[in-house]
Design a protein around this ligand. Structure first.
Ligand code: SF4
Length: 250
């Protein structure tokens, strides 16, 4: 499988879930490489913004930012090797993230099965952008799906980021939470339109402020929290940004 590389190994790390309905829970993150979208504010651009690609990113404006060499940011590992690293942390909540992890769905099904071979209770979450409907094997193995569906603020064309048949299928699994990154009221209105158009249950919607620093989060966190209260939906902060900032492997 192709994982994000961090130093000499893979980006597999033990931390707290930083976002969404499980925020604060200790978890092992397994970050896969590759994504089918290219969001302009993506904070894991090392999983897709490779040399030779045409994609734009907000960091293009930052002095010294260059696209990533694949050999610097991708590491190949077998399912067995990944399972061994995960087991080593002794924590049975595992977050399968990316990039877009469902691009490597078959390997993830194998990985969950390999970890469950010990007969213990494992809890698997996937962080997906909601544009790929996983098959039955994946849906029955996964415990929770955190769909970070993209809005227009991602810079992605609607036809790429909104797949009505996938959204319907995900809702039907009953395992899904929809998490939206919100920058302002325009985004809230867009979320409400999507909820209405695609039958997304409001009690499964989570709104989260955008920001890679505490200062950026604080620009809209209180406003958004109060907006969530009034709408009757959940608010999520970005705990990992508050605790550790914009760093990898935490
Ligand atoms: S879908 Fe997620 S990982 Fe992919 S580019 Fe957008 S924010 Fe980044």
């Amino acid at each position: 499988m192709k994982l994000a590389r961090l130093g000499d190994g893979a980006e597999i790390f033990h931390t707290l879930q930083g976002e969404g309905v499980s925020m604060g829970a200790p978890a092992v993150f397994v970050r896969l490489s590759l994504c089918n979208l290219h969001c302009v504010w993506c904070d894991t651009d090392h999983t897709w913004n490779f040399e030779g690609t045409p994609w734009k990113h907000e960091k293009d404006a930052v002095a010294g930012y260059v696209k990533h060499k694949k050999e610097d940011v991708i590491i190949e590992m077998s399912v067995g090797e990944i399972a061994e690293v995960v087991r080593g942390y002794g924590c049975r909540r595992v977050i399968l993230t990316g990039g877009e992890p469902l691009l490597q769905e078959a390997g993830l099904v194998e990985l969950m099965a390999a970890l469950r071979e010990d007969g213990a209770e494992w809890f698997f979450e996937v962080e997906t952008n909601g544009t790929k409907m996983p098959g039955e094997g994946f849906v029955s193995a996964i415990s929770q799906m955190n769909v970070s569906a993209k809005l227009a603020n991602s810079g992605m064309a609607e036809a790429l980021r909104v797949k009505p048949e996938v959204l319907r299928g995900l809702v039907e699994t009953g395992k899904v939470w929809f998490k939206y990154v919100v920058q302002g009221e325009k985004d809230v209105q867009e979320v409400l339109g999507l909820v209405d158009a695609h039958g997304i249950p409001m009690d499964r919607v989570i709104l989260m402020p955008e920001g890679r620093t505490v200062e950026e989060l604080d620009k809209s966190a209180r406003w958004l929290a109060e907006r969530c209260r009034d709408l009757g939906v959940r608010f999520s902060d970005r705990l990992h940004v508050r605790l550790w900032g914009d760093r990898r492997g935490v």
